[in-house]
Design a protein around this ligand. Structure first.
Ligand SMILES: Cc1cc2nc3c(=O)[nH]c(=O)nc-3n(C[C@H](O)[C@H](O)[C@H](O)COP(=O)(O)OP(=O)(O)OC[C@H]3O[C@@H](n4cnc5c(N)ncnc54)[C@H](O)[C@@H]3O)c2cc1C
Length: 282
């Protein structure tokens, strides 16, 4: 595995599926979900995450006493391991462009992105031109959005973490970012022909041979049929295409023993490098 990548100075591409503004817990968790799904994801992060004000994180399940710096390093390395880029740059302006967004930054060339996740805690000035400036919320948080899912009135624009009015704990910010990333993936899937119920995205890992036998096919078929709207007019070709895609995706959660061992070894190396924690096999 490569050494700790932390933050790059510039993005490697000019166009992404997803651009995330803010690399605190919420933005990195959203990026984790979108990158693991396979969407090209870039995170822009400049400035200080609010959690740096804490001397150690004592209320994050399983991370007792981890310092904010360790936590952020670990989280950045994790999203990088899953394929997202984390870039050290300030987003200055986001505008709607060509069915997606143009994201301008202070130092770099900027990028285009089909979807944007705003996860920048209290700063949302860069969104002032989106939706003709109508996104401002008169309530406690700067951007008007559905607090549970992060969706806004602008298709493809989501808000995560503090900026969406979530409670002020880092574990909750991370959970919300994950939820927003998952909703974004579901929206992406529904654009590709998945209907309500099958558009939801799972992110699981299971041992090899957990799935795929006759009972599993029956179980998935039964569930799949239950998602079809009563009055649907989907043609057979579409139904079978989605059924096959859903099954292939679930089978893809399975990990061969060799793959599993390689990933676990990478994870241990990452933990050791970023937290200084060795493997005790526990
Ligand atoms: C004093 C203090 C102590 C705290 N202690 C705890 C604690 O002990 N336990 C706990 O659970 N929570 C604690 N919190 C709360 C915790 O910090 C937040 O819940 C959490 O950081 C929110 O995560 P977030 O991702 O929404 O925002 P942040 O973590 O703040 O991340 C937002 C990121 O976006 C970046 N950013 C902003 N604008 C831009 C832009 N235009 N372009 C690029 N990047 C941008 C910021 O620099 C930052 O890195 C504390 C907060 C404070 C203020």
């Amino acid at each position: 595995m490569d050494q700790s990548p932390q933050k790059a100075a510039t993005p490697t591409a000019r166009a992404y599926d997803v651009a995330v503004v803010g690399g605190g817990a919420s933005g990195l968790a959203a990026a984790l979900f979108t990158a693991r799904y396979g969407l090209d994801t870039v995170v822009f992060d400049r400035g200080q995450s609010a959690i740096r004000r804490s001397y150690a994180i004592e209320n994050y399940l399983g991370l007792l006493g981890v310092t904010p710096e360790q936590f952020l390093r670990l989280a950045r390395s994790h999203v990088a391991y899953e394929g997202a880029e984390v870039v050290d740059d300030l987003v200055t302006r986001v505008t709607e462009a060509g069915g997606g967004f143009r994201v301008e930054t202070q130092d770099g060339p900027g990028v285009t992105a089909d979807r944007v996740v705003a996860a920048s805690a209290y700063n949302a000035d860069y969104l002032s031109e989106v939706a003709d400036g109508e996104l401002h919320d008169e309530g406690d948080h700067p951007v008007d959005c559905d607090e549970a899912t992060g969706r806004t009135a602008v298709d493809g624009l989501y808000v995560a973490g503090w900026l969406s009015g979530q409670p002020h704990q880092v574990l909750i910010a991370a959970g919300h970012g994950g939820r927003v990333g998952k909703e974004l993936v579901s929206d992406y899937r529904s654009r590709r022909g998945h209907w309500d119920g099958v558009d939801s995205y799972w992110d699981w890992s299971v041992e090899a041979d957990s799935y795929g036998d006759e009972t599993w096919h029956e179980h998935v078929d039964e569930w799949f049929e239950s998602t079809l709207p009563e009055d649907h007019e989907f043609d057979e070709e579409r139904i079978e295409r989605v059924r096959e895609a859903v099954k292939a995706e679930r089978l893809g959660f399975e990990c061969s023993p060799a793959e599993r061992d390689a990933r676990l070894a990478d994870a241990r190396e990452l933990l050791e490098r970023e937290l200084g924690v060795g493997d005790d096999g526990g």
